[in-house]
Write a protein that binds this ligand. Structure first.
Ligand SMILES: [Zn+2]
Length: 404
């Protein structure tokens, strides 16, 4: 029985489809804003949900895995202006590199990968409905804001007090003056933008509120509703998205559909740190996927990102750790290539592997089981059946383990 930790309940819960047939596993993961390079933090989130995708398929669920691309927002417009380049060209370039990185670490393709700029009409329809329901309003500055007080449970995903929510809303809106607490055009500090009036020279679309563009949170509500329905199983992303982004998505989606909960399981991947600071584009303390792949194999990268810490524990990047993961990858390759003999039973390892994975994807434990199984293969205990099993389990973690 697969149990997943749900940020909403703060507990591990048995995974069950919300579809009456019981077979659908719909996963929505927040993607990137392609205004700069992609790094190991992105690889970590992608690898965790890639394994979830594979593991749910192994359990015979029909998986639909969707990701968005924030190809229109403040960051990208600012960078395009700085570099004197069309914003869409800039976005396409960095997005192509991001997706090259995901392919290089063997992530399965998404069932749909949706740029925000391709769903402007559904976003406008959603905002219209929110305004009709009195949950959003056109403010004096020309922007449309969601009225946080119209959704009494706003922020419940984050388990934070008002002061902490305001602090996070402030930090999150550093680059967006209009979305900042203290903006006098807003009725209340927790209100957040759903439609932003265009400044001269900015990319914009026609709307009932004049020329503008969508806020960030609304794109994910629109894309998830459109692709996965008004209620679906899993929504994921980095832990830094819990508030305000995911909290705002809940308020928008549930107000729009009138159905609750929009998402049954909220899953969040802890942050990746380098030199004591969160790895981020804005701080510039990055290990790029491509650079890491010059020194280490894609297998090692995945083994490191998935196996060094549980996905909900912050990971402090070290090259030594990555090199140790390379040794694990070598051990697995050696075990698979060996002239294996022996007739021993492999059930114990198989059971242990699945018990670890069923426990909220405890991949560090699952990888230790694979190490033990590899040793048993090399010690001629379990023969070719052990190798077949090791190959299968490696596949669930997305490790190609190609021999060179
Ligand atoms: Zn999102």
């Amino acid at each position: 029985m697969l149990k997943l930790y749900n940020t909403l309940s703060q507990q591990k819960e048995e995974f069950k489809s919300v579809d009456p047939g019981g077979k659908l596993a719909r996963i929505y993961v927040c993607g990137v804003t392609p205004y700069d390079t992609s790094h190991m933090g992105h690889a970590l989130v992608a690898a965790v949900f890639d394994v979830l995708h594979r593991y749910l398929e192994h359990k015979d669920f029909a998986v639909t895995h969707i990701q968005n691309l924030t190809d229109i927002d403040d960051d990208i417009i600012k960078r395009a202006r700085r570099d004197n380049q069309p914003y869409d060209e800039l976005g396409r370039r960095w997005d192509a590199l991001y997706r090259d990185g995901l392919r290089a670490i063997n992530c399965l393709p998404f069932d749909n990968y949706v740029p925000a700029s391709t769903v402007i009409e559904p976003i406008i329809q959603m905002v219209k409905k929110l305004v009709e329901r009195n949950s959003a309003y056109l403010a004096s500055d020309g922007n449309v804001y969601f009225r946080a007080s119209s959704f009494p449970e706003y922020g419940k995903l984050a388990h934070l007090g008002m002061a902490e929510m305001l602090e996070k809303a402030k930090a999150g809106a550093e680059d967006s003056l209009v979305d900042r607490p203290g903006n006098p055009a807003k009725e209340s500090d927790l209100d957040f933008i759903v439609w932003q009036a265009a400044q001269p020279g900015e990319p914009s679309w026609d709307s009932p509120w004049g020329q503008g563009r969508p806020g960030w949170h609304i794109e994910c509500s629109a894309i998830s509703t459109q692709n996965l329905g008004q209620q679906f199983e899993i929504h994921g992303g980095g832990a830094d998205l819990i508030f305000p982004h995911h909290s705002s998505e809940i308020a928008q989606s549930e107000t729009y559909s009138g159905k609750s909960p929009v998402v049954k399981y909220w899953m969040h991947v802890a942050m990746l740190y380098l030199g004591g600071e969160k790895m981020s584009k804005s701080l510039g303390n990055l290990i790029l996927i491509n650079d890491a792949l010059k020194k280490n194999s894609a297998d090692a990268l995945r083994l490191y990102l998935l196996g060094q810490e549980h996905y909900r524990t912050p990971l402090h990047f070290t090259q030594e750790g990555l090199d140790r993961a390379e040794q694990q990858a070598d051990l697995f390759r050696k075990a698979l290539a060996a002239e294996a003999k022996g007739q021993g039973d492999i059930q114990l390892w198989t059971d242990q592997f699945y018990a670890a994975m069923d426990d909220d994807l405890d991949m560090p434990r699952a990888i230790r089981v694979m190490i033990d199984l590899s040793k048993a293969i090399l010690e001629n205990q379990v023969g070719t059946r052990g190798q077949e099993q090791l190959r299968y389990l490696s596949g669930l973690l997305g490790l190609p383990l190609a021999q060179d």
